[in-house]
Design a protein around this ligand. Structure first.
Ligand SMILES: Nc1nc2c(c(=O)[nH]1)N[C@H]1C(S)=C(S)[C@@H](COP(=O)(O)OP(=O)(O)OC[C@H]3O[C@@H](n4cnc5c(=O)[nH]c(N)nc54)[C@H](O)[C@@H]3O)O[C@H]1N2
Ligand SMILES: Nc1nc2c(c(=O)[nH]1)N[C@H]1C(S)=C(S)[C@@H](COP(=O)(O)OP(=O)(O)OC[C@H]3O[C@@H](n4cnc5c(=O)[nH]c(N)nc54)[C@H](O)[C@@H]3O)O[C@H]1N2
Ligand code: SF4
Ligand SMILES: [Mo]
Length: 695
């Protein structure tokens, strides 16, 4: 029995994993501050993926159009030879790397180093770009630091009010909801979502408020709430004077957003706006209040500005950096936070260092044993990277580790076409994901319980996941893959395959950076210490609440950035008169590559569906369960109609977990945020018709 954490989301619920006789394992929940002995259905069934009937245990290579089994030597030989040839013919930029926020810190770090040293390419980014890059950008410009929650999750328990903007934790992190009970009991849970989600339903019976704005209008809603605080003198003047700059510019920017105008744009009644603003102000003077954002607020072409508006609201109330109050973003993937801190993001080196900062380059190059001048510069963010594949001067090979972009990319038909132009696509996975099925070479790798590594959870807390079961014959760890590939590529330095050695190197590379892990080691984590970064020394207790004394900006003050209305990139047209929003259901994780292989989960939600209001259904002549076609300027998908009062009549919703005809990303928009480069995965203008007959 090994104490570890769940393979899926950033809550990283604690669990025991016990190897079962005859292969596989069983999972039992453990008590931990974040999950309090609970798991969601995905966590309970997570071990089933270890023994999925179609688990990959041998490398595959494409011969005459078919993927056929081969041995490791042949597969790695083919990869190395092709990469060497492409590099010789076209230069190192001909190779691209795409990572995932599910990779351990060790793997994220090593993949970043592998790309920049063994491949010498700037072209690396990861699926976290789709996930919380706008919150990261907003946090950095306001506080000088991006750590999902800059406080322990248990701090939420004591608050009188929690404003959740575009987040549905009742489905995306069910055990998290225990931390909302305090605010519910105080009548202070405020949920902003165009749908009446299970989370929004938690506000019923006097436990709070549900605000259902028109999709893409959160920024205006937040401007309106902040305007009310200022006009009703509910802001915290002492806090603003002591800890914040930019107050006058913020005030000026709010003047035009009087509540009636905000109601016209968002559809949220003035009375509800006033109640929400007062409730937050009361709580901030009482036991405390929190403002939290999720993907619904962030995954927009102007998500960074929306996050900034949420932070401006929180700063006006005096929340960030105060014990018992704060602003945070709920990160998503198991290690979405650590992944970008240690090298998966196009513009970052380990320790959350900028790849364009000469001092950062010198420090990291020193740890890596290379000349700083040999390190490439920043690469392209995900959407631009995919758009550049196969273009003149663009990458001709891509290595994918821990992502399934063929399902999860916006405007996925167009971007998947770019993958088809490559000379070489190499996918490492443990199942034949939709992306692996397109590859020229598929490498079968270990899963979470079969390897040791660390994760940085949504609180910025380091967790060790020790190897708990023996991997099946034939699979390798990714650290082993990179170690051997580096050698075959003639890398100037070697790559260790030992996770504790790699972690030691990571901590040295991070030392002195914003995300300083220098004080962490596997042994320290194994001793059960619950450590938060930054943690600069082995005797440092770590930093659960980094902003208590000062923010991480040069002068220690948080910065208010005025922002203004930014409509969705897609305008509604007579032909596409409805807003589509996208998101998640409880039973499936992301592209569904893992959870669609768990029978108990797939039985509940086996295929794509679209939620629509009865009024809209009647107007379209659509009946419950009928297949409908959803189309945008990019493409079309199909889904079964699910008619519900719990959505605005001008809005439809689809989860993005399904491939092929059911893939909502055939419809979504790849327009990106100017600051974070996050694409507008959440909102698209669509037309809907009956697809002709029930499915
Ligand atoms: N079951 C499950 N859990 C997961 C995951 C999963 O795939 N499945 N993935 C994990 C990951 S990586 C992430 S990032 C998190 C995401 O966690 P959440 O952010 O909670 O998840 P989403 O369902 O993407 O989006 C939340 C809500 O945003 C709403 N929304 C859509 N458009 C808008 C809008 O314009 N404004 C507002 N205010 N709301 C809007 C949707 O209706 C949805 O209910 O979940 C993590 N946990
Ligand atoms: N329309 C729409 N699209 C979205 C979103 C949305 O809300 N709406 N959300 C976006 C968000 S927030 C996210 S995070 C992305 C996620 O999108 P994806 O990148 O598609 O996420 P996953 O399904 O988690 O893909 C992980 C893949 O890697 C494999 N895998 C898991 N762990 C490992 C590992 O350690 N190593 C290797 N090599 N493979 C591993 C899994 O089997 C799976 O095939 O989707 C984005 N796309
Ligand atoms: S909430 Fe997240 S971490 Fe917890 S069991 Fe579910 S998927 Fe796993
Ligand atoms: Mo995510």
């Amino acid at each position: 029995m090994t104490a570890t954490h769940c393979p899926y989301c950033s809550l990283q619920c604690a669990m025991d994993v016990t190897p079962a006789t005859g292969g596989g394992a069983t999972v039992t929940p453990l008590d931990f501050p974040t999950n309090r002995g609970r798991l969601c259905q995905k966590g309970w069934t997570s071990a089933e993926v270890l023994t999925a009937p179609d688990r990959l245990t041998t490398p595959l290579v494409r011969r005459d159009g078919e993927l056929v089994p081969t041995d490791w030597d042949t597969a790695l030989g083919l990869v190395a030879a092709t990469l060497r040839r492409l590099r010789a013919e076209h230069g190192p930029e001909a190779v691209a790397v795409f990572g995932g926020g599910g990779l351990t810190n060790e793997k994220a770090y090593q993949l970043g180093r592998f790309a920049r040293v063994a491949l010498a390419t700037p072209n690396i980014d990861y699926n976290g770009r789709f996930c919380m890059s706008s919150a990261a950008a907003g946090g950095r410009r306001a506080f000088g630091l991006d750590r999902g929650l800059p406080f322990p999750l248990t701090d939420l328990d004591g608050a009188d009010a929690i404003l959740l903007i575009g987040s549905n934790p009742a489905e995306t992190m069910p055990p998290f909801c225990t931390h909302l009970a305090g605010a519910q009991n105080a009548g202070g849970l405020v949920v902003v979502d165009p749908r009446r989600t299970p989370t929004a339903a938690m506000t019923s019976e006097g436990r709070g408020l549900h605000l259902a704005p028109l999709p893409g209008t959160d920024l205006v809603l937040l401007l309106g709430l902040t305007q009310i605080l200022w006009s009703e003198n509910l802001v915290d003047h002492d806090y603003l004077a002591a800890r914040v700059s930019g107050v006058n510019d913020l005030r000026a920017s709010l003047a035009a957003w009087w509540p009636e105008r905000v109601e016209r744009v968002t559809g949220v009644p003035v009375a509800t706006l006033r109640r929400a603003a007062r409730l937050l102000a009361d709580a901030s003077r009482g036991r405390g209040a929190y403002v939290l954002t999720g993907r619904g607020a962030e995954q927009h072409a102007h998500g960074t500005d929306t996050v900034t508006a949420a932070i401006n609201l929180a700063l006006s109330l005096g929340l960030p950096g105060r014990a018992g109050s704060g602003y945070g973003c709920l990160t998503g993937q198991g290690n979405g936070q650590g992944g970008r801190e240690h090298g998966l993001k196009a513009d970052q080196l380990p320790g959350y260092r900028s790849i364009t900062d000469p001092a950062a380059r010198a420090h990291v190059a020193g740890v890596w044993g290379v000349d700083p001048d040999d390190l490439p510069g920043p690469g392209k963010p995900a959407v631009a990277l995919f758009e550049s594949l196969g273009t003149p001067g663009g990458p001709r090979a891509m290595l994918i580790h821990g992502a399934n972009p063929v399902v999860s990319l916006p405007d996925v038909l167009r971007l998947t076409d770019r993958l088809r132009t490559l000379d070489l696509l190499v996918v490492s996975d443990f199942v034949l994901s939709e992306t692996a099925a397109m590859a020229d070479v598929v490498l079968p790798v270990t899963q979470w319980a079969e390897e040791t590594g660390t994760m940085t959870n949504l609180e910025g807390r380091l967790l060790l996941r020790d190897r708990a079961v023996t991997p099946p014959d034939g699979v390798r760890t990714e650290l082993e893959v990179w170690s051997e590939l580096a050698e075959r590529l003639g890398s100037p330095v070697s790559f260790s395959a030992d996770p504790s050695v790699v972690f030691g190197e990571l901590t040295r590379a991070s030392a002195g950076g914003v995300a300083d892990y220098a004080g962490f080691s596997h042994d320290r984590l194994r001793d059960g210490e619950a450590l938060y970064w930054p943690c600069p020394a082995p005797d440092d207790p770590g930093t659960p609440r980094p902003f208590l004394d000062r923010f991480t900006t040069p002068d220690g003050r948080a910065v208010l950035h005025p922002v203004d209305e930014t409509p969705p990139d897609d305008a509604l047209t007579p032909d596409m008169p409805i807003y589509l929003v996208t998101g998640r259901v409880l039973q499936h994780y992301q592209s569904g590559a893992q959870t669609r292989r768990v029978p108990a989960l797939n039985a509940v939600e086996p295929r794509a569906y679209v939620e629509l209001h009865p009024l809209l259904a009647r107007r379209l002549g659509v009946e419950e369960g009928e297949q409908v076609r959803i189309r945008s300027r990019r493409g079309a998908c199909e889904a079964a109609a699910r008619i519900t009062e719990g959505i605005r009549p001008d809005t439809v919703f689809m989860p993005f977990h399904y491939p092929d005809d059911g893939a909502v990303n055939r419809v979504t928009n790849a327009a990106t945020d100017p600051v974070s480069a996050m694409p507008e995965l959440k909102v698209a203008a669509v037309g809907i018709e009956r697809a002709g007959g029930a499915a």
